[in-house]
Design a protein around this ligand. Structure first.
Ligand code: CDP
Ligand code: MG
Length: 133
């Protein structure tokens, strides 16, 4: 078993899609082991997205991620990181495969409804960013 972090982003919480996303995750055999709702401060969003320092989209991304409620959750499954990336689809929803969460509900390349960790090492640090143990 391994763990990964998913965040329901503000565009999705605003459209009342938390339950829809949770249902997609559970149907795909992910076990939700931690979950909470919160609003990020700008300094926290900048820290979370530190890997994107210097990228042209960072300021707008930080503003977006602080624009509403988010729902981070730690998920458990075999091959959790890889399987969750496959389930959410490409960053740009116009390039996401049919059937993926982003294909189905994302608005655009920024407001793409969900975050998912991209490696086991990042999953570990991203989970500890939001949760104690
Ligand atoms: O989320 P993912 O790992 O698929 O993409 P990323 O390259 O790690 O980028 C993080 C987030 O920045 C994306 O999910 C988008 O919300 C945003 N982004 C953007 O607004 N414009 C881009 N050209 C690339 C990413
Ligand atoms: Mg990423």
């Amino acid at each position: 078993m391994s763990r990964t972090l998913l965040i329901v982003k503000p565009d999705a919480t605003k459209r009342n899609l938390i339950g829809h996303i949770v249902s997609r995750l559970e149907k795909a055999r992910f076990k939700i082991v931690e979950m909470k709702m919160l609003k990020l401060k700008k300094s926290q969003a900048r820290e979370f997205y530190a890997v994107h320092q210097g990228k042209h989209f960072l300021d707008s991304l930080v503003k977006f991620m602080c624009s509403g409620t988010i729902v981070p959750m730690a998920l458990e499954k075999e091959n959790a990181v890889k399987d969750l990336r496959a389930l959410i689809g490409a960053t740009d929803p116009s390039k996401a495969d049919c059937g993926t969460i982003r294909f189905e509900i994302a608005r655009d390349i920024e407001k793409n409804s969900v975050h998912a960790s991209d490696s086991d090492a990042n999953a570990k640090s991203e989970i500890s960013f939001f949760f104690d143990n």
